[in-house]
Design a protein around this ligand. Structure first.
Ligand SMILES: Cc1cc2nc3c(=O)[nH]c(=O)nc-3n(C[C@H](O)[C@H](O)[C@H](O)COP(=O)(O)OP(=O)(O)OC[C@H]3O[C@@H](n4cnc5c(N)ncnc54)[C@H](O)[C@@H]3O)c2cc1C
Length: 490
Protein backbone atom coordinates (compact mmCIF):
# COMPACT_ATOMS: atom_id res chain seq x y z
CA UNK A 1 0.00 0.00 0.00
CA UNK A 2 1.25 3.51 -0.77
CA UNK A 3 0.35 6.39 1.50
CA UNK A 4 -2.52 7.32 -0.80
CA UNK A 5 -4.33 3.96 -1.08
CA UNK A 6 -7.04 3.27 1.48
CA UNK A 7 -10.45 1.64 1.82
CA UNK A 8 -11.97 4.74 3.39
CA UNK A 9 -10.93 8.38 3.06
CA UNK A 10 -12.44 10.62 5.72
CA UNK A 11 -12.40 14.37 5.08
CA UNK A 12 -12.30 16.39 8.31
CA UNK A 13 -10.96 15.79 11.82
CA UNK A 14 -13.89 17.02 13.94
CA UNK A 15 -16.36 14.83 15.82
CA UNK A 16 -17.98 13.46 12.64
CA UNK A 17 -14.67 12.62 10.97
CA UNK A 18 -13.08 11.07 14.05
CA UNK A 19 -16.05 8.85 14.83
CA UNK A 20 -16.16 7.80 11.17
CA UNK A 21 -12.44 6.99 11.20
CA UNK A 22 -12.67 4.94 14.41
CA UNK A 23 -15.74 3.03 13.26
CA UNK A 24 -14.15 2.27 9.90
CA UNK A 25 -10.91 1.10 11.55
CA UNK A 26 -12.89 -1.14 13.89
CA UNK A 27 -14.38 -2.84 10.88
CA UNK A 28 -10.89 -3.61 9.61
CA UNK A 29 -10.65 -0.94 6.93
CA UNK A 30 -7.50 0.99 5.98
CA UNK A 31 -8.40 4.58 6.81
CA UNK A 32 -7.02 8.01 5.96
CA UNK A 33 -8.14 11.27 7.56
CA UNK A 34 -7.55 14.37 5.43
CA UNK A 35 -7.51 17.58 7.47
CA UNK A 36 -6.98 21.08 6.08
CA UNK A 37 -5.57 22.59 9.26
CA UNK A 38 -2.28 21.97 10.95
CA UNK A 39 -2.25 19.31 13.66
CA UNK A 40 -2.06 22.01 16.35
CA UNK A 41 -5.41 23.41 15.19
CA UNK A 42 -7.21 20.32 14.03
CA UNK A 43 -10.84 19.68 14.87
CA UNK A 44 -12.68 22.64 13.34
CA UNK A 45 -15.71 23.68 15.36
CA UNK A 46 -15.48 20.61 17.57
CA UNK A 47 -12.22 21.85 19.05
CA UNK A 48 -13.90 24.99 20.45
CA UNK A 49 -17.23 23.72 21.71
CA UNK A 50 -18.18 22.66 25.22
CA UNK A 51 -20.18 20.06 23.31
CA UNK A 52 -23.45 19.97 25.22
CA UNK A 53 -25.48 16.95 24.22
CA UNK A 54 -29.29 16.86 24.36
CA UNK A 55 -29.37 13.76 26.55
CA UNK A 56 -31.28 12.82 29.68
CA UNK A 57 -28.78 10.11 30.64
CA UNK A 58 -26.12 7.98 28.98
CA UNK A 59 -28.95 5.77 27.76
CA UNK A 60 -31.70 8.18 26.78
CA UNK A 61 -31.94 11.31 24.64
CA UNK A 62 -33.70 14.31 26.20
CA UNK A 63 -37.49 14.19 26.24
CA UNK A 64 -39.02 15.52 23.05
CA UNK A 65 -35.86 15.28 20.91
CA UNK A 66 -37.61 13.72 17.93
CA UNK A 67 -40.63 16.05 18.16
CA UNK A 68 -38.37 19.12 18.27
CA UNK A 69 -36.47 18.07 15.15
CA UNK A 70 -39.55 17.01 13.21
CA UNK A 71 -41.47 20.13 14.26
CA UNK A 72 -38.76 22.45 12.99
CA UNK A 73 -39.84 22.29 9.35
CA UNK A 74 -40.78 25.57 7.70
CA UNK A 75 -42.97 27.10 5.05
CA UNK A 76 -45.96 25.48 3.40
CA UNK A 77 -44.90 21.97 2.42
CA UNK A 78 -47.01 20.09 -0.12
CA UNK A 79 -49.37 17.88 1.96
CA UNK A 80 -49.08 15.11 -0.65
CA UNK A 81 -45.30 14.97 -0.25
CA UNK A 82 -45.54 15.11 3.54
CA UNK A 83 -48.07 12.26 3.54
CA UNK A 84 -45.60 10.22 1.48
CA UNK A 85 -42.69 11.16 3.73
CA UNK A 86 -44.24 9.31 6.67
CA UNK A 87 -44.75 6.07 4.70
CA UNK A 88 -42.31 3.19 5.12
CA UNK A 89 -39.13 4.02 3.20
CA UNK A 90 -39.64 1.43 0.40
CA UNK A 91 -43.08 2.92 -0.30
CA UNK A 92 -41.71 6.43 -0.87
CA UNK A 93 -40.94 7.69 -4.36
CA UNK A 94 -37.49 8.82 -5.48
CA UNK A 95 -38.95 12.32 -5.54
CA UNK A 96 -39.50 12.16 -1.76
CA UNK A 97 -36.18 10.45 -0.99
CA UNK A 98 -34.38 13.28 -2.78
CA UNK A 99 -36.64 16.05 -1.46
CA UNK A 100 -35.24 18.70 0.86
CA UNK A 101 -37.77 18.06 3.65
CA UNK A 102 -36.70 16.33 6.86
CA UNK A 103 -36.57 12.52 6.74
CA UNK A 104 -38.32 11.00 9.80
CA UNK A 105 -36.09 7.91 9.51
CA UNK A 106 -32.99 10.08 10.06
CA UNK A 107 -34.53 11.53 13.20
CA UNK A 108 -35.51 8.07 14.45
CA UNK A 109 -32.04 6.67 13.78
CA UNK A 110 -30.47 9.67 15.52
CA UNK A 111 -32.58 9.19 18.62
CA UNK A 112 -32.25 5.40 18.71
CA UNK A 113 -28.48 5.38 18.28
CA UNK A 114 -27.59 8.34 20.52
CA UNK A 115 -27.27 6.34 23.76
CA UNK A 116 -25.30 3.50 22.14
CA UNK A 117 -22.97 6.03 20.55
CA UNK A 118 -22.23 7.75 23.87
CA UNK A 119 -21.50 4.40 25.49
CA UNK A 120 -19.23 3.54 22.53
CA UNK A 121 -17.39 6.84 23.01
CA UNK A 122 -17.15 6.14 26.75
CA UNK A 123 -15.57 2.82 25.81
CA UNK A 124 -12.95 4.86 23.93
CA UNK A 125 -12.01 6.94 26.96
CA UNK A 126 -14.55 9.78 27.01
CA UNK A 127 -16.47 10.66 30.17
CA UNK A 128 -19.88 12.34 30.05
CA UNK A 129 -21.59 14.22 32.87
CA UNK A 130 -24.40 16.68 33.52
CA UNK A 131 -22.12 19.75 33.55
CA UNK A 132 -23.28 23.34 34.25
CA UNK A 133 -24.50 25.26 31.21
CA UNK A 134 -24.39 29.02 30.56
CA UNK A 135 -28.20 29.14 30.67
CA UNK A 136 -29.92 30.37 33.84
CA UNK A 137 -33.20 28.94 32.51
CA UNK A 138 -33.45 25.84 30.34
CA UNK A 139 -36.04 23.92 28.38
CA UNK A 140 -34.26 20.56 28.18
CA UNK A 141 -31.65 18.26 29.72
CA UNK A 142 -28.02 18.21 28.64
CA UNK A 143 -24.87 16.21 29.22
CA UNK A 144 -21.37 17.11 28.04
CA UNK A 145 -18.00 15.40 27.64
CA UNK A 146 -15.61 16.23 30.46
CA UNK A 147 -12.99 18.45 28.82
CA UNK A 148 -15.42 19.57 26.09
CA UNK A 149 -14.80 19.38 22.37
CA UNK A 150 -11.04 19.61 22.78
CA UNK A 151 -11.13 16.35 24.76
CA UNK A 152 -13.18 14.78 21.97
CA UNK A 153 -10.62 15.86 19.37
CA UNK A 154 -7.57 14.80 21.38
CA UNK A 155 -8.91 11.55 22.85
CA UNK A 156 -10.64 10.29 19.71
CA UNK A 157 -7.74 11.41 17.52
CA UNK A 158 -5.42 9.25 19.62
CA UNK A 159 -7.83 6.30 19.46
CA UNK A 160 -8.12 6.57 15.68
CA UNK A 161 -4.33 6.63 15.34
CA UNK A 162 -3.93 3.67 17.68
CA UNK A 163 -6.40 1.74 15.51
CA UNK A 164 -4.32 2.50 12.43
CA UNK A 165 -5.90 5.57 10.85
CA UNK A 166 -3.35 7.71 8.99
CA UNK A 167 -3.76 11.47 9.45
CA UNK A 168 -2.77 13.84 6.63
CA UNK A 169 -2.70 17.40 7.99
CA UNK A 170 -2.39 20.59 5.89
CA UNK A 171 -4.31 18.60 3.30
CA UNK A 172 -7.41 20.14 1.72
CA UNK A 173 -9.90 18.00 -0.17
CA UNK A 174 -10.73 19.61 -3.49
CA UNK A 175 -12.80 17.17 -5.55
CA UNK A 176 -14.27 13.69 -5.75
CA UNK A 177 -12.73 11.05 -8.00
CA UNK A 178 -15.42 9.07 -9.82
CA UNK A 179 -15.36 5.86 -11.78
CA UNK A 180 -18.51 4.74 -13.52
CA UNK A 181 -20.69 6.86 -11.20
CA UNK A 182 -19.07 5.58 -7.97
CA UNK A 183 -16.83 7.67 -5.74
CA UNK A 184 -13.43 6.03 -5.56
CA UNK A 185 -11.30 8.71 -4.00
CA UNK A 186 -10.59 12.30 -3.15
CA UNK A 187 -8.24 14.68 -4.87
CA UNK A 188 -6.58 16.94 -2.31
CA UNK A 189 -4.05 19.74 -2.11
CA UNK A 190 -1.19 18.50 0.10
CA UNK A 191 2.13 20.10 1.08
CA UNK A 192 3.58 17.99 -1.79
CA UNK A 193 1.07 19.20 -4.37
CA UNK A 194 -2.19 17.72 -5.66
CA UNK A 195 -2.62 14.04 -4.82
CA UNK A 196 -5.37 11.47 -5.17
CA UNK A 197 -6.30 9.42 -2.11
CA UNK A 198 -8.23 6.32 -3.16
CA UNK A 199 -11.07 4.82 -1.14
CA UNK A 200 -14.75 5.32 -0.43
CA UNK A 201 -15.28 8.86 0.85
CA UNK A 202 -16.77 10.16 4.09
CA UNK A 203 -17.32 13.91 3.89
CA UNK A 204 -17.15 15.32 7.43
CA UNK A 205 -15.71 18.74 6.67
CA UNK A 206 -18.37 20.99 8.17
CA UNK A 207 -20.57 23.74 6.81
CA UNK A 208 -19.64 26.89 4.87
CA UNK A 209 -19.48 29.53 7.60
CA UNK A 210 -15.81 30.12 6.80
CA UNK A 211 -16.47 30.99 3.14
CA UNK A 212 -17.42 34.66 2.66
CA UNK A 213 -18.48 34.14 -0.96
CA UNK A 214 -20.85 31.26 -0.11
CA UNK A 215 -22.14 33.17 2.92
CA UNK A 216 -23.03 36.13 0.70
CA UNK A 217 -24.48 33.77 -1.93
CA UNK A 218 -26.95 32.28 0.55
CA UNK A 219 -27.46 35.07 3.12
CA UNK A 220 -26.98 38.23 1.05
CA UNK A 221 -26.20 41.34 3.06
CA UNK A 222 -26.60 39.50 6.40
CA UNK A 223 -23.30 37.78 5.64
CA UNK A 224 -21.54 41.09 6.25
CA UNK A 225 -22.60 41.44 9.88
CA UNK A 226 -21.77 37.96 11.07
CA UNK A 227 -18.71 35.81 11.56
CA UNK A 228 -17.98 32.31 12.88
CA UNK A 229 -18.51 32.07 16.63
CA UNK A 230 -15.00 30.63 17.07
CA UNK A 231 -11.80 30.33 15.07
CA UNK A 232 -12.48 26.71 14.08
CA UNK A 233 -15.45 27.67 11.89
CA UNK A 234 -13.15 29.57 9.55
CA UNK A 235 -11.74 26.25 8.33
CA UNK A 236 -15.16 25.12 7.12
CA UNK A 237 -15.35 26.62 3.66
CA UNK A 238 -18.00 24.43 2.08
CA UNK A 239 -15.82 22.46 -0.35
CA UNK A 240 -17.45 19.21 0.78
CA UNK A 241 -20.90 20.52 -0.11
CA UNK A 242 -19.70 21.92 -3.42
CA UNK A 243 -17.90 18.75 -4.52
CA UNK A 244 -20.95 16.61 -3.73
CA UNK A 245 -23.29 19.01 -5.54
CA UNK A 246 -21.06 18.66 -8.58
CA UNK A 247 -21.85 14.93 -8.72
CA UNK A 248 -25.60 15.49 -8.30
CA UNK A 249 -26.12 15.27 -4.51
CA UNK A 250 -29.47 16.32 -3.07
CA UNK A 251 -29.66 18.84 -0.25
CA UNK A 252 -31.58 19.24 2.98
CA UNK A 253 -31.68 21.82 5.76
CA UNK A 254 -32.37 25.52 5.26
CA UNK A 255 -29.75 27.19 3.07
CA UNK A 256 -31.02 30.62 4.07
CA UNK A 257 -30.31 30.33 7.81
CA UNK A 258 -27.46 29.48 10.16
CA UNK A 259 -27.32 28.67 13.85
CA UNK A 260 -27.12 32.14 15.37
CA UNK A 261 -25.75 32.88 18.81
CA UNK A 262 -25.73 36.28 20.59
CA UNK A 263 -22.08 37.22 21.19
CA UNK A 264 -20.04 40.30 22.06
CA UNK A 265 -18.65 41.68 18.76
CA UNK A 266 -15.65 43.19 20.61
CA UNK A 267 -14.34 39.81 21.74
CA UNK A 268 -12.06 37.45 19.85
CA UNK A 269 -12.65 34.67 22.41
CA UNK A 270 -14.44 31.52 21.31
CA UNK A 271 -18.17 31.81 21.96
CA UNK A 272 -18.17 35.18 23.76
CA UNK A 273 -21.87 34.66 24.38
CA UNK A 274 -24.22 37.08 26.14
CA UNK A 275 -27.24 35.26 27.55
CA UNK A 276 -28.19 37.76 30.32
CA UNK A 277 -30.48 39.98 28.21
CA UNK A 278 -33.78 38.46 29.50
CA UNK A 279 -33.10 40.26 32.80
CA UNK A 280 -32.85 43.70 31.22
CA UNK A 281 -33.85 45.29 27.93
CA UNK A 282 -32.37 45.10 24.44
CA UNK A 283 -32.02 48.39 22.60
CA UNK A 284 -30.79 49.11 19.10
CA UNK A 285 -28.47 51.92 17.98
CA UNK A 286 -31.45 54.30 18.09
CA UNK A 287 -31.92 53.50 21.79
CA UNK A 288 -35.24 51.72 21.16
CA UNK A 289 -36.54 48.33 22.17
CA UNK A 290 -37.43 46.11 19.22
CA UNK A 291 -38.08 42.59 20.56
CA UNK A 292 -39.60 40.60 23.43
CA UNK A 293 -36.38 39.86 25.32
CA UNK A 294 -37.89 37.06 27.39
CA UNK A 295 -40.52 34.91 25.69
CA UNK A 296 -39.36 31.83 27.68
CA UNK A 297 -36.27 29.91 28.80
CA UNK A 298 -33.23 31.57 27.28
CA UNK A 299 -31.84 28.36 25.73
CA UNK A 300 -35.01 27.93 23.67
CA UNK A 301 -35.19 31.55 22.48
CA UNK A 302 -31.72 33.01 22.12
CA UNK A 303 -31.34 32.03 18.47
CA UNK A 304 -34.60 33.70 17.37
CA UNK A 305 -33.68 36.84 19.33
CA UNK A 306 -30.17 36.88 17.83
CA UNK A 307 -31.73 36.80 14.35
CA UNK A 308 -33.82 39.89 15.20
CA UNK A 309 -30.72 41.63 16.58
CA UNK A 310 -29.04 40.94 13.25
CA UNK A 311 -31.77 42.88 11.45
CA UNK A 312 -31.06 46.05 13.48
CA UNK A 313 -28.81 48.84 12.26
CA UNK A 314 -25.18 47.61 12.01
CA UNK A 315 -26.48 44.13 12.92
CA UNK A 316 -26.17 44.81 16.62
CA UNK A 317 -27.92 45.76 19.86
CA UNK A 318 -27.11 46.40 23.52
CA UNK A 319 -28.34 44.45 26.54
CA UNK A 320 -28.96 47.07 29.24
CA UNK A 321 -29.23 45.94 32.87
CA UNK A 322 -29.30 47.86 36.13
CA UNK A 323 -27.45 46.92 39.30
CA UNK A 324 -30.31 44.62 40.37
CA UNK A 325 -30.10 42.74 37.07
CA UNK A 326 -26.35 42.36 37.40
CA UNK A 327 -26.77 41.01 40.96
CA UNK A 328 -28.88 38.00 39.94
CA UNK A 329 -27.24 34.87 41.37
CA UNK A 330 -24.76 33.34 38.94
CA UNK A 331 -25.43 36.01 36.26
CA UNK A 332 -21.72 35.92 35.38
CA UNK A 333 -22.09 32.41 33.98
CA UNK A 334 -24.41 33.81 31.29
CA UNK A 335 -21.89 36.51 30.25
CA UNK A 336 -19.02 34.80 28.46
CA UNK A 337 -17.24 37.73 26.91
CA UNK A 338 -13.71 38.63 28.00
CA UNK A 339 -14.57 42.32 27.54
CA UNK A 340 -15.96 44.44 30.38
CA UNK A 341 -19.52 45.78 30.29
CA UNK A 342 -19.90 49.52 29.67
CA UNK A 343 -21.00 51.02 33.00
CA UNK A 344 -22.19 54.45 34.19
CA UNK A 345 -24.02 55.90 37.20
CA UNK A 346 -26.97 57.15 35.11
CA UNK A 347 -28.73 55.91 31.98
CA UNK A 348 -27.93 59.07 30.05
CA UNK A 349 -24.22 58.74 30.82
CA UNK A 350 -24.39 55.09 29.77
CA UNK A 351 -26.04 56.16 26.51
CA UNK A 352 -23.14 58.51 25.79
CA UNK A 353 -20.67 55.70 26.46
CA UNK A 354 -22.35 53.38 23.94
CA UNK A 355 -23.10 56.13 21.42
CA UNK A 356 -26.87 55.84 21.63
CA UNK A 357 -29.08 59.00 21.81
CA UNK A 358 -29.45 59.66 25.61
CA UNK A 359 -33.02 61.02 25.40
CA UNK A 360 -34.08 57.95 23.42
CA UNK A 361 -32.60 55.51 25.93
CA UNK A 362 -34.18 57.36 28.86
CA UNK A 363 -37.56 57.44 27.11
CA UNK A 364 -37.32 53.71 26.33
CA UNK A 365 -36.45 52.86 29.94
CA UNK A 366 -39.22 55.10 31.31
CA UNK A 367 -41.87 53.46 29.11
CA UNK A 368 -40.58 49.99 30.01
CA UNK A 369 -40.42 50.75 33.74
CA UNK A 370 -43.98 52.11 33.71
CA UNK A 371 -45.18 48.85 32.09
CA UNK A 372 -43.54 46.55 34.68
CA UNK A 373 -46.29 45.03 36.81
CA UNK A 374 -44.60 44.55 40.20
CA UNK A 375 -44.86 41.15 41.89
CA UNK A 376 -42.61 38.20 42.65
CA UNK A 377 -39.50 37.97 40.47
CA UNK A 378 -37.78 34.59 40.03
CA UNK A 379 -34.78 34.54 37.73
CA UNK A 380 -34.59 30.74 37.69
CA UNK A 381 -37.88 29.96 35.91
CA UNK A 382 -40.07 31.74 33.41
CA UNK A 383 -41.85 33.74 36.12
CA UNK A 384 -44.69 35.21 34.05
CA UNK A 385 -43.81 38.74 35.20
CA UNK A 386 -44.78 40.36 31.91
CA UNK A 387 -45.14 44.02 30.91
CA UNK A 388 -48.61 45.58 30.60
CA UNK A 389 -49.60 47.60 27.54
CA UNK A 390 -46.08 47.83 26.10
CA UNK A 391 -45.08 47.08 22.52
CA UNK A 392 -43.08 44.99 22.01
CA UNK A 393 -44.09 43.23 25.23
CA UNK A 394 -41.64 41.46 27.53
CA UNK A 395 -43.18 38.22 28.81
CA UNK A 396 -41.04 37.32 31.81
CA UNK A 397 -38.67 38.92 34.33
CA UNK A 398 -40.09 42.44 33.70
CA UNK A 399 -38.59 44.37 36.61
CA UNK A 400 -37.86 48.11 36.32
CA UNK A 401 -34.38 49.21 35.30
CA UNK A 402 -33.91 51.98 37.83
CA UNK A 403 -31.02 51.26 40.21
CA UNK A 404 -27.63 52.49 39.09
CA UNK A 405 -24.99 51.85 38.16
CA UNK A 406 -26.29 50.83 34.74
CA UNK A 407 -24.52 48.39 32.44
CA UNK A 408 -24.55 47.68 28.69
CA UNK A 409 -23.14 44.78 26.67
CA UNK A 410 -23.06 44.87 22.87
CA UNK A 411 -24.46 41.86 21.01
CA UNK A 412 -24.23 40.60 17.42
CA UNK A 413 -25.42 37.33 15.88
CA UNK A 414 -22.46 34.99 15.39
CA UNK A 415 -22.57 32.03 13.02
CA UNK A 416 -22.10 28.76 14.88
CA UNK A 417 -22.70 26.69 11.74
CA UNK A 418 -24.76 26.79 8.56
CA UNK A 419 -28.05 24.88 8.30
CA UNK A 420 -28.06 23.92 4.61
CA UNK A 421 -26.16 20.80 3.64
CA UNK A 422 -26.16 17.43 1.93
CA UNK A 423 -29.07 15.04 2.12
CA UNK A 424 -28.24 11.55 3.31
CA UNK A 425 -30.08 8.33 3.96
CA UNK A 426 -30.29 7.14 7.61
CA UNK A 427 -27.21 5.06 6.70
CA UNK A 428 -25.31 8.30 6.07
CA UNK A 429 -25.13 7.61 2.31
CA UNK A 430 -25.28 10.85 0.32
CA UNK A 431 -28.33 10.61 -1.93
CA UNK A 432 -28.72 12.10 -5.39
CA UNK A 433 -31.64 14.25 -6.52
CA UNK A 434 -33.61 11.12 -7.44
CA UNK A 435 -33.17 9.87 -3.90
CA UNK A 436 -30.64 7.13 -4.74
CA UNK A 437 -27.42 6.69 -2.75
CA UNK A 438 -24.35 7.87 -4.66
CA UNK A 439 -22.09 4.78 -4.49
CA UNK A 440 -19.02 5.27 -2.33
CA UNK A 441 -20.11 8.63 -0.88
CA UNK A 442 -21.05 9.20 2.76
CA UNK A 443 -21.46 12.33 4.87
CA UNK A 444 -21.92 13.24 8.53
CA UNK A 445 -21.96 16.22 10.87
CA UNK A 446 -22.41 19.85 10.00
CA UNK A 447 -22.04 19.17 6.28
CA UNK A 448 -25.45 17.48 6.30
CA UNK A 449 -28.67 19.49 6.45
CA UNK A 450 -30.97 18.86 9.43
CA UNK A 451 -32.27 22.19 10.70
CA UNK A 452 -34.77 24.62 9.18
CA UNK A 453 -35.98 27.54 11.34
CA UNK A 454 -34.69 27.17 14.90
CA UNK A 455 -31.75 24.97 15.92
CA UNK A 456 -32.76 22.16 18.27
CA UNK A 457 -30.04 23.04 20.78
CA UNK A 458 -27.23 20.68 21.75
CA UNK A 459 -27.75 18.26 18.87
CA UNK A 460 -24.94 19.11 16.46
CA UNK A 461 -22.08 17.31 18.19
CA UNK A 462 -24.39 14.41 18.96
CA UNK A 463 -25.54 14.01 15.34
CA UNK A 464 -21.91 14.28 14.24
CA UNK A 465 -21.02 11.37 16.52
CA UNK A 466 -24.04 9.22 15.69
CA UNK A 467 -23.87 9.61 11.91
CA UNK A 468 -20.08 9.79 11.80
CA UNK A 469 -20.00 6.34 13.34
CA UNK A 470 -22.69 5.09 10.92
CA UNK A 471 -20.85 6.62 7.94
CA UNK A 472 -17.55 5.02 8.96
CA UNK A 473 -19.17 1.61 9.34
CA UNK A 474 -21.01 1.97 6.04
CA UNK A 475 -18.00 3.14 4.06
CA UNK A 476 -15.84 0.36 5.47
CA UNK A 477 -18.21 -2.44 4.69
CA UNK A 478 -19.41 -3.29 1.26
CA UNK A 479 -21.90 -5.70 -0.29
CA UNK A 480 -22.98 -8.73 1.68
CA UNK A 481 -20.89 -7.82 4.76
CA UNK A 482 -23.39 -5.04 5.44
CA UNK A 483 -26.25 -7.27 6.59
CA UNK A 484 -23.99 -9.16 9.01
CA UNK A 485 -22.64 -5.90 10.42
CA UNK A 486 -26.18 -4.61 10.91
CA UNK A 487 -26.94 -7.65 13.07
CA UNK A 488 -23.84 -7.05 15.23
CA UNK A 489 -24.50 -3.33 15.85
CA UNK A 490 -25.02 -2.02 19.41
C1 LIG B 1 -17.96 27.74 20.23
C2 LIG B 1 -18.91 26.68 19.77
C3 LIG B 1 -19.84 26.16 20.66
C4 LIG B 1 -20.71 25.16 20.24
N1 LIG B 1 -21.54 24.57 21.18
C5 LIG B 1 -22.18 23.43 20.85
C6 LIG B 1 -22.81 22.63 21.84
O1 LIG B 1 -22.73 22.93 23.04
N2 LIG B 1 -23.46 21.50 21.45
C7 LIG B 1 -23.53 21.12 20.13
O2 LIG B 1 -24.13 20.08 19.82
N3 LIG B 1 -22.91 21.85 19.17
C8 LIG B 1 -22.21 22.96 19.50
N4 LIG B 1 -21.54 23.66 18.55
C9 LIG B 1 -21.60 23.18 17.16
C10 LIG B 1 -20.74 21.93 17.02
O3 LIG B 1 -19.53 22.11 17.74
C11 LIG B 1 -20.40 21.63 15.56
O4 LIG B 1 -21.53 21.74 14.75
C12 LIG B 1 -19.82 20.22 15.43
O5 LIG B 1 -18.75 20.05 16.34
C13 LIG B 1 -19.36 20.01 14.00
O6 LIG B 1 -18.65 18.81 13.89
P1 LIG B 1 -18.13 18.36 12.45
O7 LIG B 1 -17.24 17.22 12.68
O8 LIG B 1 -19.27 18.22 11.52
O9 LIG B 1 -17.32 19.62 11.92
P2 LIG B 1 -15.92 20.32 12.53
O10 LIG B 1 -15.82 19.93 13.94
O11 LIG B 1 -16.05 21.72 12.20
O12 LIG B 1 -14.83 19.57 11.72
C14 LIG B 1 -14.69 19.79 10.34
C15 LIG B 1 -13.21 19.61 10.00
O13 LIG B 1 -13.07 19.58 8.59
C16 LIG B 1 -11.89 20.30 8.24
N5 LIG B 1 -12.05 20.71 6.84
C17 LIG B 1 -12.91 21.61 6.33
N6 LIG B 1 -12.81 21.65 5.01
C18 LIG B 1 -11.88 20.74 4.65
C19 LIG B 1 -11.35 20.30 3.41
N7 LIG B 1 -11.78 20.80 2.24
N8 LIG B 1 -10.38 19.35 3.43
C20 LIG B 1 -9.92 18.82 4.60
N9 LIG B 1 -10.40 19.21 5.80
C21 LIG B 1 -11.38 20.14 5.82
C22 LIG B 1 -11.84 21.44 9.23
O14 LIG B 1 -10.53 21.96 9.36
C23 LIG B 1 -12.34 20.76 10.50
O15 LIG B 1 -11.28 20.24 11.26
C24 LIG B 1 -20.67 24.69 18.92
C25 LIG B 1 -19.75 25.21 18.03
C26 LIG B 1 -18.86 26.19 18.45
C27 LIG B 1 -17.83 26.70 17.49
Amino acid sequence: MTDTEYDVVVVGGGIAGLTAAIAACETGARVAVLERSAESETGGNTRYTEAFLRMKSMEEPADGLEEALLGDFMGHPDPGLIEETVREAPRRSGLVHGHHTIDPDIVETFSERAGGTLRWLAGHGMRFEHLPTPFLTTSTTRMAPVGGGLALVETLGAVARALGAVFHFDTTARSLVLNDGAVQGIQAATPDGLRTFTGRAVLACGGFQGNAEMMARYFGRDALTTRPVARGGNHNKGEGIEMALTVGAATSGNFSLFHAEPVDPRSGAAEAAIFCFPYGVLVNRAGERFVNEAPGPVDAWYERIARIIQRQSEGMAYAVLDSQGMSIPNIGSSIRTDQPAYSAPTLSELAVRIDVPPEALEKTAAAYNAACPGGAFDHSVADGLGTRGLSPAKSNWARPIEKGPFHALPIMAANVFTFGGLKTSPRAEVVDRDGKPIPGLYAAGEITGLYYTNYTGSTSVLRGAVFGRIAGEGAAITGTDRAAAGRRRV
